[in-house]
Design a protein around this ligand. Structure first.
Ligand SMILES: [Zn+2]
Length: 325
């Protein structure tokens, strides 16, 4: 083989199996979750969200894009529950201050804070609705969608997030990116009307625990399939952005997807419904403000995005968690 081609192929293989700590649903799924949630909103909200649907869709993956740039960003996307407890984790302290008292903030930051960061985002969005601040509403509503989506991914609830402890490296991207990209045309996104959440902390925990409950199956079904599938048909090469990448073959992906009996679709649908629920709850908690007189202003939003990159990460993360005190 030509030496340069060989190097490119090796790099591609490495890229396919890079650990994806803190990563999340692929672009496709995050964008669809945010977009579809708009259609579950009540008449008082849907007009505003529809007007801004392109922003809400396009920026759904902003939190992933900055996870290397901002210290403190990565742990907002997951929680390694099995580091602390075994399902159903009844004795694990669910309130932030109780968890800090038991494990220390450093430990929690090291193993993930997604259920608590959802509380931070909901408070920020509620404040933005109260102030009728267009930029803040769009930014926080959009990014809340990202963290809600991540909290429904079973591999975001375990230390074995990429199958690295069970010889299944690559399963993270396989489950949350490859499968939805291949099979989304068969997914049904009708989730019904948004509902008010009485206790957002319990709600976030119920979603994380529901994802965590399914985590062992995500790993064991792939393990079983790997044991029975012809090894030479497990992977295939596909061209992406003009380079050849090794990925899980369509046949292997289909067999894995079928074995899970709709789990990926179900988790995406739950994410859509729960995002609409959180948007509705923040808006109602803000006093159900009239959104019809808030106008979209793309220029202002872009300026705010640039400023965000300059925020000191550590101070930013701590600022977010201060609301629990
Ligand atoms: Zn993420």
């Amino acid at each position: 083989m030509h030496k340069q081609l060989k190097i490119v192929l090796i790099l591609c293989v490495i890229a396919t199996f890079l650990p994806l700590k803190g990563y999340s649903w692929g672009f496709w799924a995050h964008q669809r979750i945010n977009r579809h949630a708009v259609f579950s909103l009540p008449p008082e909200m849907i007009g505003f969200f529809k007007t801004n649907i392109e922003y809400i869709t396009e920026h759904a993956v902003d939190p992933d894009k900055r996870r290397y740039a901002i210290e403190g960003e990565a742990p907002r996307h997951y929680i390694d529950l099995d580091h602390f407890c075994a399902f159903p984790c009844d004795d694990f302290p669910k309130k932030w201050e109780d968890a800090v008292a038991t494990y220390s903030e450093d430990t929690l930051q090291a193993f993930g804070i997604v259920p608590w960061h959802i509380q931070v985002m909901m408070k920020r969005l509620t404040r933005a609705f109260k102030e009728k601040n267009l930029q803040a509403i769009l930014k926080n509503a959009t990014e809340l969608g990202h963290y809600i989506g991540d909290s429904h991914v079973p591999l975001h609830t375990t230390e074995n997030y990429n199958g690295q402890l069970t010889d299944q490296k690559g399963i993270h991207g396989f489950w949350e990116s490859r499968l939805p990209e291949l099979f989304h045309e068969n997914y049904d996104f009708f989730v019904g009307k948004a509902e008010y959440i009485k206790n957002p902390l319990d709600f976030a925990w119920a979603n994380v625990l529901n994802a965590h409950k399914q985590m062992p199956l995500v790993l064991s079904l792939e393990k079983d399939l790997n044991g029975t599938f012809p090894p030479d048909q497990k992977y295939s090469y596909e061209t992406r952005n003009e380079s050849n990448i090794r990925t899980y073959s369509k046949e292997y992906s289909e067999a894995y997807s079928n074995s899970m009996k709709g789990m990926v679709e179900a988790q995406i649908k739950l994410s859509v419904k729960h995002l609409a629920d959180t948007w509705l709850t923040c808006w109602m908690n803000a006093g159900s403000p009239d959104l019809s007189d808030i106008k979209f202003n793309k220029v202002n939003i872009k300026e705010e995005q640039i400023k965000e990159g300059k925020v000191k990460s550590r101070a930013h993360a701590k600022d977010g968690l201060d609301i629990f005190k």
